[in-house]
Design a protein around this ligand. Structure first.
Ligand code: S3P
Length: 178
């Protein structure tokens, strides 16, 4: 059985509004690990907010920065890493994430994600007209990518602490398979 004190780093992936940050913070607390938010690392490295990066450098520039931020985490020794929703779309990011630790997909229905995202003020891809249709398409495109994760955990209707508990239970059975 997995000794949870031996868990080094775990990586959370999932759509915007899947709760990666709130669940990640709760998981980090329970596993006594640091919490690292990749979007915060990107903003810190750029000296700009995420909406500013999108406005000045476009999504392409943001994606380059996202890969650089992941690369910079190689030396992190024990953390729960919450990624941005689009990290899975860049193939190069996969080996970087897998090198950090098990990749966990927080699965969320579109309806739940939309409720959590609200007006999407800090999320350039979730703003503006027709956002529901756009997000629906984006989620459909990304779902097969998210499903490449080592573990899939459903989050709909669950509080962050329940999701964190499920992840810990699942990590234990995942480690027994290895
Ligand atoms: C994005 C999700 C955001 C952020 C950026 C792009 C995406 O992170 O990285 O706005 O492409 O889905 P969250 O998933 O934390 O909202």
């Amino acid at each position: 059985m997995l000794n949870l004190s031996e868990v080094k780093t775990v990586v959370l992936i999932g759509f915007m509004g899947s709760g990666k940050t709130t669940v990640g913070m709760e998981l980090a607390r329970r596993l006594k690990l640091r919490f690292v938010d990749v979007d915060s690392v990107i903003a810190e490295q750029a000296g700009r907010t995420i909406p500013e990066i999108f406005a000045r450098e476009g999504e392409e520039g943001f994606r380059r920065r996202e890969t650089q931020a992941l690369e910079s985490l190689y030396a992190v020794d024990g953390a729960v890493v919450a990624t941005g929703g689009g990290v899975v779309t860049v193939e190069e990011n996969w080996p970087l994430m897998r090198a950090l630790g098990p990749v966990i997909y927080l699965r969320t229905r579109l309806k739940t994600a939309l409720q959590r995202i609200g007006e999407g003020e800090d999320r350039p891809l979730a703003k503006g007209v027709d956002r529901e249709t756009r997000l629906k398409t984006l989620l459909a495109q990304r779902t097969p990518l998210y499903e490449r994760a080592d573990l899939v955990v459903d989050t709909d209707g669950l509080a962050p602490c329940d999701v964190a508990r499920h992840i810990i239970d699942n990590l234990q059975s995942w480690s027994r398979r290895c």
